[in-house]
Design a protein around this ligand. Structure first.
Ligand SMILES: NC(=O)c1ccc[n+]([C@@H]2O[C@H](COP(=O)([O-])OP(=O)(O)OC[C@H]3O[C@@H](n4cnc5c(N)ncnc54)[C@H](O)[C@@H]3O)[C@@H](O)[C@H]2O)c1
Ligand SMILES: O=C(O)C[C@H](O)C(=O)O
Length: 310
């Protein structure tokens, strides 16, 4: 008999609730939704459970303000924390969200010592570092969601520019999930053809810029918060690769110890995601220019980690 997985989502706001929605619709496991606001996780879990007869998914959904129901989760997704508003950088959330993520990790890992943590709260790479330190988990089990989202944005922009199916498009974005992220046109393809052969340089430069600014573009449109459909879909692709042991190669924020010349920091790079979490860090060849951009992005993450004293 197939084993039922248990997935905890902490933070029942826009990203958390939408994660629960995609997870349930894909029947990836039973879901526990946690938030500090009374009634919200309970109400959203109940509402989603009542969509099940229509959509035909068989998963258990629980909403709670505590952690006891999260016991023995296979995966804990952390979305708790403030989102930014127009005019703010993700880094402005550093101290507030570090406190929130610390509390969440303390409570969650006590009950689920074997879980894999997927961190979403911003500023992402620094929050991963908080989660790694507080949990004491091995680095293979603390993974940040950002690269899948940033690459999906780049893929959507490439598909639009060439008027082709998004399914034909792959893209890679490395680095920290901030203004210094590193979209890689050389590794971005349409049906296997590098986009450098299909689009003029000016158009590629525009796409690269729009990708790096992708989160802020949505914040400036929404005004009250940040993106959540694509971010939650990205996290759920990671969950699926882990729970089904698919071993997909996905760009994720992971703790580097010498790879790409970076040590002691979370930075986005391609990894293999399977049942054990991060099963391999894949080092691709970078040009001198790309390597410098990645180092610059890592330095920006280092600054934040230093402020937190980690
Ligand atoms: N990594 C990424 O690519 C990415 C993408 C989108 C959003 N984010 C980040 O994800 C976070 C959540 O975004 P959102 O749009 O869902 O925000 P939101 O405000 O809609 O939801 C956040 C939820 O966290 C809850 N919360 C706060 N403190 C908590 C605590 N101690 N324990 C449990 N829950 C707590 C709040 O009550 C709220 O419901 C933000 O930090 C945002 O910047 C990251
Ligand atoms: O932009 C944000 O603040 C949220 C998230 O990091 C995103 O890229 O959508």
């Amino acid at each position: 008999m197939a084993r039922r997985y248990k997935i905890t989502v902490v933070g029942a706001g826009n990203v958390g609730a939408t994660c629960a929605h995609w997870l349930a619709s894909k029947e990836l496991g039973d879901i526990v939704l946690v938030d500090i606001v009374e009634g919200v996780p309970q109400g959203k879990a109940l509402d989603l459970a009542q969509a099940a007869p229509i959509e035909g998914f068989d998963v258990k959904l629980v909403g709670t303000n505590g952690y006891d129901e999260t016991r023995d989760s296979d995966i804990v997704i952390i979305t708790a924390g403030l989102p930014r508003k127009p005019g703010m950088s993700r880094d402005d959330l550093l101290k507030t969200n570090a406190e929130i993520v610390s509390q969440v990790v303390d409570e969650a890992v006590k009950r689920s010592p074997n879980a894999i943590l997927i961190v979403i709260s911003n500023p992402l790479d620094a929050m991963c570092q908080v989660a790694l330190r507080r949990s004491g988990f091995p680095k293979q089990r603390v993974i940040g969601m950002a690269g899948v989202l940033d690459s999906a944005r780049m893929r959507a922009f490439i598909a639009e520019a060439l008027d082709v199916s998004v399914e034909n498009v792959t893209a890679f974005v490395l680095g920290g999930h901030g203004d210094t992220m590193v979209p890689l046109p050389r590794y971005s393809t349409v049906a296997g053809i590098p986009i450098t052969e299909l689009l003029p340089k000016e158009k590629i430069d525009q796409i690269v810029k729009r990708t790096a600014n992708g989160g802020a573009e949505i914040v400036s449109l929404l005004k009250t918060g940040s993106a959540y459909y694509a971010p939650s879909a990205a996290a759920v692709e990671m969950v699926e690769s882990i729970l089904k042991d698919k071993k997909k190669i996905l760009p994720c924020s992971v703790y580097l110890e010498g790879e790409y010349g970076i040590s002691g920091l979370f930075v986005g790079v391609p990894v293999k995601l399977g049942a054990r979490g991060i099963e391999q860090i894949i080092e691709i060849n970078l040009t001198a220019e790309e390597r410098i951009a990645l180092q610059k992005s890592a330095a920006a993450v280092q600054e934040l980690v230093k402020v937190l004293g980690l």
